[in-house]
Design a binder for this molecule. Structure first.
Ligand code: HEM
Length: 499
């Protein structure tokens, strides 16, 4: 008796059987294990749900929120990503359950860049001690206080002079703004500013900029790590790591070593000297410490990047909104003339009187939403949340877009309307859903510096210039590009000096 019926060996049966077995294997390997938050149907082998996402996934996430609720999940490559939506859910995770939701996930590129040290990509005790130390030092150096405001005002005078040199001709202001804003953070961490045409400084900023442009490639490798094994450097990971090493060795490390050579109790205060002082104090006391020279290098790098890109992107959005809403620009100018006039530079003491500019800045931060998914979070162990199981090291995205552009909170979220932040009594109203800096223990560490910069830069820009489109009839599109921040597509503007 034949063990196998010969009809089972015919090619059609084999093909059908093969396809069925493969489908079964695929289904078993990609079905969402029970307990996970719901989400889009079966993940494809290797890529998961990546094929359903564009480079700007906000619209897709809005649709999935409607379909699956405030907590949904998807696979990016083989990696589980949990998206948190709406203020109550984000608050429950990042504030009420901050102990578990304040970690960062291990990712291919960020692990290599940060070595899990410093501020932005570290977790646990390393992050806690570095964040606490950084905050103490920044406060000591005057973050949110007058000393720092005076330095920023000094920097702004260079910036205004550089813009004036263009005599109202159309220009892309982004490079000048980035260089100037970066000088503020350089003043804080290194105790020095750079000239706008300093070739080495421009090379650092261009290198950082190049890395931001390579972000899509490195993001692909984050979710599909096997891509890094392909020959060559198709996804620019090696270039990115080389760029990081260049900035680290020639700027950050050389600054730290330079500071170490002249370090004393009485050295001019800046971030590096203060950190070294704190590090020595911990070591002298014999206490266990997570602070280290390597963490100092990584922390200065984090502050350099976070302190440059974010505020300059917000200024770029503000000027673009001015072009699209000249009536808002005019109202800001009128308020400025009423409160300050044109005879002196704006200072922080003027801020409480400048309600309309404050409301406009808040509206730029809301509508521009430069960090729509904050920075990725994760949990150090499995956790039950909102009735679902979130496994250890899943990538957690606090979807700030679901709050900043939420219809229920704002009524008309898509309109640019600064008045929404002004109450009937003429004072600033800050709805709980205004969270462009995120919330919880990982909330932006530079918020008060950013707010100070935004006030001083925007008020001085409005005082000195009228901003017009490059040509009278054509407005640059109000469109952004998703990178490390959501920033406007590059555009030109005319900065016409006010008489
Ligand atoms: C308008 C400007 C800015 C916006 C909208 C912004 C927004 C954010 C957001 C959304 C996060 C992620 C929070 C989270 O993980 O949940 C963040 C983190 C961070 N920001 Fe900012 N930021 C701005 C300016 C700055 C500046 C000027 C600095 C420089 C001191 C800075 C330093 C940081 C750091 C160090 C972190 C990481 C904090 C941590 O992981 O503990 N930011 N920021």
């Amino acid at each position: 008796m034949a063990i196998l019926d010969s009809s089972l060996l015919d090619p059609t049966t084999l093909l059908v059987g093969g396809v069925l077995s493969l489908s079964m294997l695929w289904w078993l390997s990609t079905r969402r294990p029970s307990g996970l938050p719901p989400g889009p149907g079966p993940a494809l082998p290797v890529i998961g749900h990546l094929h359903l996402l564009s480079s700007d996934p906000r619209a897709t996430f809005r649709a999935w929120r409607r379909q699956y609720g405030d907590v949904f999940s998807l696979y990016m490559g083989g990696r589980l990503v949990v998206v948190l939506n709406g203020l109550p859910v984000i608050k429950e995770a990042l504030v009420k359950m901050a102990d578990v939701f304040s970690h960062r996930p291990h990712m291919f590129t960020s692990d290599r860049i940060s070595e899990s040290k410093g501020l932005v990509f570290s977790s646990g005790s390393v992050w806690k001690e570095n964040r606490k130390t950084a905050l103490e030092i920044l406060r000591e150096l005057g973050m949110g206080k007058n000393v720092l405001a005076e330095n920023i005002k000094e920097e702004i005078t260079h910036y205004i002079r550089a813009i004036e040199e263009h005599k109202g001709a159309p220009l892309d202001l982004s490079e000048l703004t980035t260089v100037s804003i970066s000088n503020n953070i350089c003043g804080i961490i290194f105790g020095k500013r750079f000239e706008y045409d300093d070739p080495l400084f421009l090379e650092y900023l261009n290198t950082v900029n190049q890395n931001l442009k390579f972000l899509n490639g490195t993001a692909a490798v984050n979710f599909l790590p096997f891509l890094d094994k392909l020959p060559g450097d198709l996804f620019n990971v090696k270039k990115v790591l080389n760029n990081v090493k260049f900035v680290e060795d020639s700027l950050l490390l050389s600054q730290v070593e330079g500071h170490q050579k002249v370090h004393s109790e009485h050295a001019e205060p800046d971030f590096i000297h203060s950190y070294l002082r704190q590090l020595n104090k911990q070591r002298d006391s014999g206490k266990d410490t997570s602070l280290s020279e390597r963490d100092l290098v990584k922390t200065t790098g984090d502050l350099f990047l976070a302190g440059t890109e974010t505020t300059s992107t917000t200024i770029a959005w503000a000027l673009l909104f001015f072009l699209h809403h000249p009536e808002v620009q005019d109202k800001c100018y009128k308020e400025l003339c009423d409160v300050i006039g044109t005879g002196r530079l704006p200072s922080m003491q003027d801020k409480p009187e400048m309600t309309y500019l404050e409301a406009t800045t808040m509206e730029v931060l809301r509508k521009g939403e430069i960090a729509p998914f904050a920075v990725q979070h994760s949990t150090p162990h499995d956790v039950t949340f909102q009735g679902y199981v979130i496994p250890q090291d899943a990538v957690i995205l606090p979807n700030l877009d679901s709050v900043l552009l939420d219809k229920e909170t704002w009524g008309d979220p898509d309109n640019f309307r600064p008045e929404r932040f002004i109450g009937l009594d003429g004072k600033i109203v800050k709805p709980e859903g205004f969270i462009p800096f995120s919330i919880g223990r990982r909330v932006c560490l530079g918020e008060s510096l950013a707010r100070m910069e935004l006030f001083l830069y925007l008020s001085t820009l409005i005082q000195r210039f009228r901003f017009l489109p490059p040509e009278q009839e054509t407005l640059p599109p109000l469109e952004g590009v998703m990178g490390i921040t959501y920033c406007p597509k590059s555009y030109k503007i005319r900065a016409i000096p006010r008489e």
